[in-house]
Design a binder for this molecule. Sequence first.
Ligand code: BGP
Length: 476
Amino acid sequence: MLRKDFLWGGATAANQFEGGWNEDGKGPSVSDMCTGGTKTTSKWITSTIEEDRHYPSHEASDFYHHYKEDIALLGEMGYKCFRLSIAWSRIFPTGMEEEPNEKGLQFYDNVFDECKKYGIEPLVTISHYEMPYALAVKYNGWHSRETIDHFVRYAKTILKRYSGKVKYWITFNELNCTQMLLGDVVSSSMVRDFSGPIDQIKRTEQERYQALHHQLIASALVVAWAHKEYPAYKIGNMIAFVAAYPSSCNPKDILFAQQYMQNYDWYCNDVQIKGEYPYYVHKFLEEKGVSLPIKEGDDLILKEGTVDFTALSYYMSVCVGTEGEADDIGGNLIGGRKNPYLKASDWGWQIDPVGIRYALNAVYDRYRIPVMVVENGLGAYDQVEEGAIHDPYRIDYMREHIRQMKLAVQDGVDLMGYTCWGCIDLVSATTGEMRKRYGQIYVDKHDDGSGTMNRIRKDSFFWYQKVIASNGEDLA
Ligand code: BGP
């Protein structure tokens, strides 16, 4: 049985959804400098906006002008929770101003007021894969410690402003992606020196873990401050959970998978939930030649800034091992090997509903604090047929994952809620495509930038409406 107050809903991110990239005083963010790509060709980052290129975040799904209609549709589906992020550069256009942009703040006031009309609880991600471009250029993103102060000023501004309207917060989206392939853009380090395909950005391990340390400190400072000022807030951390299965029962593979998960799944969580770097990182970082830029007092900052709940995205699992060729699968910033027991999505993501039960048990077993699934879903091609979208593939994916999630609750996991990814179609984070759709609500917008922006309810809209109304009992 799920909690009576289970937070059913969906999730979005400002840079993939909002558009209005230069309206009402908003400054360009790093993602506004990224062009579209495909599943086989990388997105580019350019240092100026080039006329002949398409930048999907500029208009995205135009939530900036459709928020009333969009939130009404979420209300119609029965949503209890809407996860969204705030665009940092809408509040501080270059990231370095002393005073915030009032029009930017006003926009989110309007959004939260609209949510309230439908009894929808906002869950706000303070930083979801973006930062003001000017700040990234000046400080080399999270590579520099100075970025922490600018982030903390931004975070305090919004935590103060929305104190009567928002209760649930997440500091950073998928923080563990800083260690992974596209983390280079995510943490916005290196972009000042770089123009070209983003898969060509090559940071060293030192740069990655340094950027991560600064984000961990920034997150802890914000959490500690918010706890003191606003005790009613519930603040979580978030990682992209990688269920990494050993590719054989060779003991070397078992150990390899364990170490892989220590790095990708437990590193950030251990720091943000337990309040200190775990024992295993020291040898591991030494082997990589990384020395963390730890300053005096950082230990205490981490100790005081632990979170109230932990959130994760879950899309897929991977196999990892030591032998043979690594037949890398495509994936959400994640490499890995094929699993012969699983089928993959059109984008090569291995579909593994049982993995979500495994993930939830693994996380809850380790931390014993409430857990929330804040992203899950199937990116797929949709066809409009006579004004309707029949998406049984999406319903199947969600049904099987929700079923396994309920089994995890029966196992004893304290699960707060489930917000599926991209509830209204939006731009893909990894490829920049519109055609990779996750929503229960279709947006008539295409990769070449054309489209009416009309919203259409898909079959999954009506299915999810029933799921929510029955608190997950009716999955038929
Ligand atoms: C997560 C990100 C999201 C989202 C999702 C799906 O990693 O937090 O921003 O985009 O993955 O990925 P994609 O859009 O590439 O299909």
